[in-house]
Design a protein around this ligand. Structure first.
Ligand SMILES: NC(=O)c1ccc[n+]([C@@H]2O[C@H](COP(=O)([O-])OP(=O)(O)OC[C@H]3O[C@@H](n4cnc5c(N)ncnc54)[C@H](O)[C@@H]3O)[C@@H](O)[C@H]2O)c1
Length: 332
């Protein structure tokens, strides 16, 4: 029998990325919950049961619930699902504030919980992880990220007409570009280096867009073993420019991934040898999207298989992030 998903918050990411992933994984969407009648109608058109609230969704007894509401509304559906014993894959950031995130992870109790850091599951990033673990670039010295897009005040998620741009609302989003985009890279870098970050500093900017949240930021940190992190994220980068780049530098070589950070399959990865300067492509499955890989991995976790989802790890990262973010906000 195929894995049965429920979705709380049937908006952009659920519709455009999780829904195709559910289909590609051979799973089933059984029910959604969304207060928007438009969102419910689009789910019903797909044959899914649609409820205005999470109670109605959980009555369909899905194997797991994927929570993709705006950031400040993650906690309630997660707590209700956990109370019913349903496994939870919750979108990033865990929540809009650290208090909400602490309450959310505490509420998950013994149910299988994962934060939807989909980039962790991108086959290119798994291939990079294997190369690093095999010693292909020696000792990792630094991870450098550029991950940016364009979100102006009038921006709406694709296909949304009735939802306002909650990403520009500090209470709903918890911040701007940095809380939205930066945590992806922090989590991914921790996975690649195989160590948690133990230091993080953030500098925010409000440079281009007229809204009350940051439209860009620079994150600088250090991993427990001494490798460094540098990440530039932004909402103020025209989308035709190169804007998705990941570099992992070691004392014996360097890996560069282009256009792998994001929600879609594909991109390219190249390794340069630190002695000869020769390059070779690192091969990976360019058809498997990070969302499909994530759905498959989460279903395997629910079935009791080995996995690397961890609410505790994600909360530790959120604590480090929120401390640095608070300091940065004071200087914005
Ligand atoms: N992993 C990624 O790459 C990625 C990409 C985009 C968004 N996200 C995350 O996904 C989440 C949703 O983002 P989005 O862009 O899809 O937003 P969106 O505004 O397009 O969709 C949110 C949906 O939640 C619904 N909603 C509001 N309150 C609700 C409630 N109490 N119960 C159920 N549904 C409710 C809204 O009606 C809307 O349909 C955010 O946390 C965001 O950070 C992650």
């Amino acid at each position: 029998m195929s894995f049965r998903w429920g979705i709380a918050g049937f908006g952009w990411v659920a519709r455009d990325h999780m829904l195709p992933a559910i289909a590609a994984a051979g799973h089933e969407l059984v029910a959604i919950a969304d207060p928007s009648s438009t969102a419910r109608a689009s789910a019903e058109a797909l044959g899914a049961f649609a409820s205005p609230d999470v109670t109605g969704l959980l009555a369909k007894r899905p194997d797991a619930i994927y929570v993709a509401t705006p950031n400040h509304l993650h906690l309630a559906p997660v707590a209700e699902a956990a109370a019913s014993g349903t496994a939870i894959l919750c979108e990033k950031p865990i929540a809009a504030t650290l208090d909400q995130a602490e309450a959310l992870v505490a509420a998950t109790g013994a149910v299988t919980y994962g934060t939807a850091f989909d980039q962790r599951h991108h086959p290119a990033h798994r291939a990079i992880q294997r190369e690093i673990a095999a010693g292909a670039i020696g000792q990792v010295t630094a991870v450098r990220i550029a991950y940016a897009c364009w979100i102006d005040p009038a921006w709406r998620p694709p296909g949304q007409t009735e939802v306002s741009n909650w990403r520009a609302d500090p209470a709903a989003a918890g911040g701007g570009a940095v809380i939205d985009l930066g945590l992806h890279g922090l989590d991914l870098a921790e996975m690649l280096v195989g160590e948690p970050l133990d230091r993080l500093q953030i500098t925010l900017q409000r440079r281009v867009h007229d809204y009350p949240v940051d439209d860009g930021g620079m994150l600088v940190g250090r991993f427990a073993g001494g490798a460094l992190l540098q990440s530039h994220v932004a909402y103020n980068c025209p989308e035709v420019l190169p804007r998705r780049r990941l570099e992992v530098l070691g004392d014996k070589g360097m890996i560069v991934a282009l256009d792998t950070m994001g929600q879609s399959a594909g991109g390219s990865v190249q390794l340069t040898c630190g002695r000869s300067g020769d390059t070779r492509a690192i091969r990976f499955d360019t058809d498997l999207s990070p969302f499909t890989a994530q759905a498959l991995a989460f279903a395997a976790a629910v079935a009791g298989g080995a996995h690397d989802f961890s609410g505790t790890r994600d909360l530790n990262l959120m604590r480090l992030f929120c401390t640095a973010h608070e300091e940065a906000l004071a200087c914005l």
